[in-house]
Design a protein around this ligand. Structure first.
Ligand code: XMP
Ligand code: MG
Length: 191
């Protein structure tokens, strides 16, 4: 997997490759497109910052090639701080910029771990009377689910390990990796 980038030395093993991610995103976009072919006013994508930023960019472009039209909103919520486990306490760091009432909303999430963040977010969005709220998540950790959240579109089920890359960080680093992998234990020890 070594392509000569600085971060390869910090990665213990790759879980999902760049190519797998690309193929999966096109598949997800095809499904969403087929399911929303008659959405007259398009789909309102709500990206959950920061982790879903890469997924949003690639997914929106893939969906854009097939339709329906999309609009983009961004929210930032925090449940993790600098650590690696969910606290269940969610804070809004950045709210929606507009009214979503009557719109078909698709939440674009990086990863569903315990499900606590998403379950909170779904209630929050539903309280704003959209026509519908669905979720597309690129990754899901099935072993870690504490709260059942209906995630209609899932990219990959991955093992219950802390992962970085493709938007996912450890202490704000490694988001730019084109793949998703597990850090070497030494990386945690030196931080
Ligand atoms: P919960 O547990 O509430 O967590 O479903 C959801 C959010 O936590 C982050 N998260 C991770 N971030 N590597 C990361 O870099 C991981 O393995 C990981 N697991 C959860 C992520 O922001 C997600 O939306
Ligand atoms: Mg997230």
């Amino acid at each position: 997997m070594a392509d000569g980038s600085w971060y390869d030395a910090d990665i213990d093993h790759v879980i999902i490759s760049e190519e797998q991610i690309r193929e999966k995103i096109d598949e997800l976009a095809k499904q969403v497109s087929a399911d929303h072919a008659d959405a007259a006013d398009g789909i309102l994508l709500v990206c959950v910052l920061k982790g879903a930023v890469m997924f949003m960019a690639d997914f929106a472009r893939s969906l854009g090639r097939q339709g329906p039209s999309t609009e983009m909103e961004f929210m930032a919520v925090s449940s993790y701080g600098q650590g690696t486990t969910s606290s269940g306490v969610v804070r809004i760091l950045k709210d929606l910029d507009r009214d979503i009432a009557g719109r078909h909303v698709l939440v674009v999430e990086d990863i569903v771990d315990s499900g606590l963040t998403l379950s909170w977010l779904m209630k929050y969005l539903e309280s704003r009377q959209p026509a519908s709220v669905e979720v597309v998540a690129l990754f899901r950790k099935p072993d870690a689910v504490k709260v059942q959240v209906p995630v209609k579109y899932v990219g990959f089920d991955i093992p219950n390990e802390f992962v970085v890359g493709y938007g996912l960080d450890f202490a704000e680093r490694y988001r730019e990796l084109p793949y998703v992998g597990v850090l070497r234990p030494e990386v945690y020890a030196r931080s």
